[in-house]
Design a protein around this ligand. Structure first.
Ligand SMILES: O=C(O)CCC(=O)C(=O)O
Length: 298
């Protein structure tokens, strides 16, 4: 596979922990990705199973959603992975993380016109199991021109070398899905990454990032692909207390769905990740997921 990122871009990414670049996706493909995602959002696809949710707010289905997201939209529109965007992102992920890289997840991120909420400052690893260290890359594809007026991504250079900083919940409300980091860094160092339609940013699981509200008259839609390596045991013990405190309506819908048999559907959807060298890890995770279903009250 030819190397996609040139040396200078690679060095910039390694220095800063993020990169804005042009993945050269044909315009027709961008239109097709946008249409597939908007169709899913407009039909509320995945709400009952916790795949569609509002990342800001209590997500009770009563209020207009200010940051609707759909987890693994490829499960509902498989064409999303038959794209040059997927192939390019995978090639770059391999270039950066090496040959053992796996596709992890995709997410659709919509910010409705005028009411689209800001994404609080956070590091993606704060959502994950602190017993393991994670090694992942997110490819954030802009499906319309994006700048500060309609919520472009903003990053703190060099933050990918930091540990995971303390996180909490916006307004201290554990029912909100989003996590917020409000200490240990200076937001005035943020670098906004305005992008044209089809432009893309890459960031790591520790890169501190944010996106402002959508104050424009058009929805802002982004499609994210995440690639990772097998997590490795954390070198020093860590605890992320916010993970135990989190009580989202999304997680409750997902748990109820999994108990009704959705867990098997979920594991089937993850089958592409299974490799000989990761089998043991994946098996342990599947068993832990089954145990959790019976332990926690809904
Ligand atoms: O699109 C946004 O507003 C935030 C995206 C984000 O946090 C991510 O891709 O990790």
């Amino acid at each position: 596979m030819p190397e996609f990122l040139e040396r200078q871009a690679l060095e910039t990414f390694q220095r800063d922990g993020f990169l804005a670049f042009d993945p050269k996706i044909p315009a027709a493909e961008i239109d097709s990705i946008r249409q597939m995602l908007m169709t899913l959002h407009e039909s509320d696809t995945g709400f009952a199973e916790g795949a569609l949710f509002d990342a800001i707010g209590v997500d009770d289905g009563q209020q207009p959603r200010r940051f609707p997201q759909i987890l693994h939209p490829r499960a509902f529109a498989p064409g999303l992975l038959q794209t040059s965007f997927y192939r390019t992102a995978e090639a770059i992920a391999r270039q950066i993380l090496g040959e053992h890289v796996r596709f992890k997840a995709d997410i659709s991120l919509l910010k409705p016109a005028r009411i689209g909420a800001a994404t609080p400052w956070h590091q993606d690893e704060a959502f994950q199991d602190p017993a393991n260290e994670h090694h992942e890359l997110s490819f954030w594809l802009a499906l319309q021109p994006t700048d500060r007026s309609n919520s472009c991504m903003e990053f703190i250079p060099g933050s990918h070398n930091w540990p995971v900083l303390p996180h909490g919940f916006p307004d201290g409300d554990p029912r909100v899905h989003a996590l917020e980091c409000s200490t240990g860094f200076d937001p005035s160092e943020a670098v906004p990454c305005a992008l044209p339609t089809g432009g893309c940013t890459i960031h790591t699981q520790r890169t501190m990032h944010y996106a402002g509200p959508n104050t424009s008259d058009r929805p802002r839609l982004a499609y994210v692909l995440i690639f990772d390596l097998l997590p490795t045991p954390a070198k020093t013990p860590r605890s992320f207390p916010w993970r135990e405190q989190h009580r989202t309506a999304r997680a409750q819908r997902e748990q109820a769905w999994r108990r009704r048999g959705g867990l098997l559907v979920h594991l089937w959807r993850q089958r592409h990740r299974v490799r000989a060298e990761t089998l043991l890890f994946d098996l342990r995770r599947a068993i832990a997921a089954m145990r959790r279903l019976h332990r926690r009250p809904i």
